[in-house]
Design a protein around this ligand. Structure first.
Ligand code: FES
Length: 191
């Protein structure tokens, strides 16, 4: 069952990704020159984003949010630059970036696949649904993002539509009463 919204809990969390042209992952970058180009554009992007942030400590979360919106995740240099811009210790910026669920320190896929692990969804088979997505996406144990940076799998808290358990959200789409046999077809819609 595909729904376009899910009560008040719906929130858009899709973040803009850096475009790794000609490669599917930083590991796949063919040579150092290419890496330097990517790195330079990342540094430029960080500077541009932070230039719009008021240099005050209370702006730390805004700075991190803006950087994640622009880059798609929070690389080390972004966290350090944010700390420097707003005048807080780097350790504090790391603390905030790792505390809040909204921040990711690793590149995330173009499509965020969120499996609800709230009580109702858990009881109705969310762990099995999660494992099926892992299988279909070809994720090894401990991995949450596909090597082509297309999908990132996440466990999330209650989405506010428990009567549809188990619930899965991909980008802006909500799938309710998800069955294991549907998972392959659901993933295919985004490939
Ligand atoms: S427990 Fe999954 S939507 Fe509420």
């Amino acid at each position: 069952m595909l729904l376009s919204f899910c009560g008040d809990a719906y929130e858009e969390r899709f973040a803009t990704m850096i475009s790794f042209r000609g490669t599917s992952h930083p590991k796949g970058l063919r040579n150092l020159l290419q890496f330097d180009r990517l790195r330079m554009s990342l540094d430029e992007r960080i500077s541009k984003v932070l230039s719009k942030i008021e240099p005050k400590p209370h702006m730390l979360i805004s700075a991190l949010q803006s950087l994640q919106d622009s880059i798609g995740y929070l690389p080390e240099q972004a966290i350090k630059a944010a700390a420097e811009r707003v005048g807080v210790p780097v350790s504090k910026a790391y603390g905030v970036a790792t505390f809040y669920h909204q921040f990711s320190l690793k590149p995330i896929g173009k499509y965020l696949v969120e499996i609800c692990f709230g009580t109702a969804c858990h009881v109705m088979g969310a762990p099995d649904v999660y494992r099926e997505f892992e299988k279909v996406l070809g994720l090894e144990e401990g991995e949450d993002t596909t090597s082509n940076l297309k999908f990132t799998l996440r466990k999330v808290r209650c989405m506010g539509c428990c009567s549809l358990a188990p619930v899965v959200r991909i980008h802006r789409d909500i799938y309710g009463k998800v069955k294991l046999l549907q998972v392959k077809d659901i993933v295919a819609k985004y490939e």
